[in-house]
Design a protein around this ligand. Structure first.
Ligand SMILES: Nc1ncnc2c1ncn2[C@@H]1O[C@H](COP(=O)(O)OP(=O)(O)O)[C@@H](O)[C@H]1O
Ligand SMILES: [Mg+2]
Length: 240
């Protein structure tokens, strides 16, 4: 399998506050990988660095053989690296379907956008039902669906999802997990941050445990300890 993403020796932070201290992760074509770890330890910061929203102070990001470390976010989106951010707030007075349509703005994504819209509606029937509604009137779970739908409209060659089920009711979370599993089954390469390690183990090929701005552990999905053992290494035995 050939390499799709190589993140090497990344140091990054906010102002003078360092958050990431030399992160290495990678993803091969056709792979799905999961990131998990305690809150505030740098997972979202790492994703922002990969998608060009934050400049690393050291290290490189290579996407499909191209060094994108200093590329503009718009160029990174145009190349097909799509990051659905945690708590997406871009929704306002626009309609649901209009928002989806506008997401397919890059020349590469324009091609075949109607087919992709139909796929998004099949994946998320709620978005089809609410297609004429203003995006701001959607519930939290529906907004999350719209956020993933918009990412799919960009024709992702790598899709990054940051805690897509955060704060959702168990029923909506189930719907969203099923849809994400469906996206993975179609062969879209994925990086998913989730607290639900059990879901990540079913979804992904490998997991990275991110702690204190470093990869504390890499877990191979085909040879993974069970979910309980992972929770023990994460929280310490007997801590839950
Ligand atoms: N925009 C920001 N400005 C300053 N500090 C931030 C910002 N975003 C996150 N941080 C800090 O960076 C650290 C890592 O945060 P984050 O990457 O969001 O962690 P995670 O996604 O693992 O919960 C935290 O200490 C957080 O407070
Ligand atoms: Mg986060």
């Amino acid at each position: 399998m050939s390499r799709l993403l190589d993140v090497s020796g990344i140091h990054a932070g906010y102002g003078t506050v360092p958050v990431l201290h030399g992160i290495d992760i990678h993803l091969d074509k056709g792979e799905a990988v999961g990131l998990f770890g305690p809150n505030g330890h740098g997972k979202s910061t790492l994703l922002r660095t990969i998608s060009g929203l934050l400049r690393p102070s050291r290290g490189t990001v290579t996407f499909d053989g191209q060094d994108i470390t200093t590329a503009k976010p718009s160029a990174i989106v145009a190349a097909g690296l799509i990051h659905a951010q945690q708590s997406n707030t871009l929704f306002g007075d626009m309609g649901v379907e209009e928002t989806l349509e506008l997401s397919a703005f890059s020349p590469r994504a324009r091609d075949g956008w109607k087919d992709r819209l139909a796929e998004v509606h099949t994946l998320f029937p709620r978005l089809a039902e609410r297609r004429r509604q203003k995006a701001k009137t959607l519930s939290g779970g529906e907004r999350q669906m719209l956020s993933i739908g918009c990412a799919l409209m960009c024709a992702p060659r790598l899709l990054i999802l940051d805690e897509p089920t955060l704060g959702l009711s168990p029923r909506l979370k189930g719907e969203l997990c099923a849809a994400i599993a469906e996206i993975a089954k179609k062969g879209v390469p994925l990086i998913v941050v989730e607290q639900d390690v059990e879901f990540l183990l079913t979804l992904t090929d490998r997991l990275y445990l991110v702690e204190q701005g470093e990869v504390a552990r890499e877990i191979d999905g085909s040879n993974a300890p069970d979910h309980q053992e992972i929770m023990d290494m994460y929280f310490g035995e007997g801590a839950h």
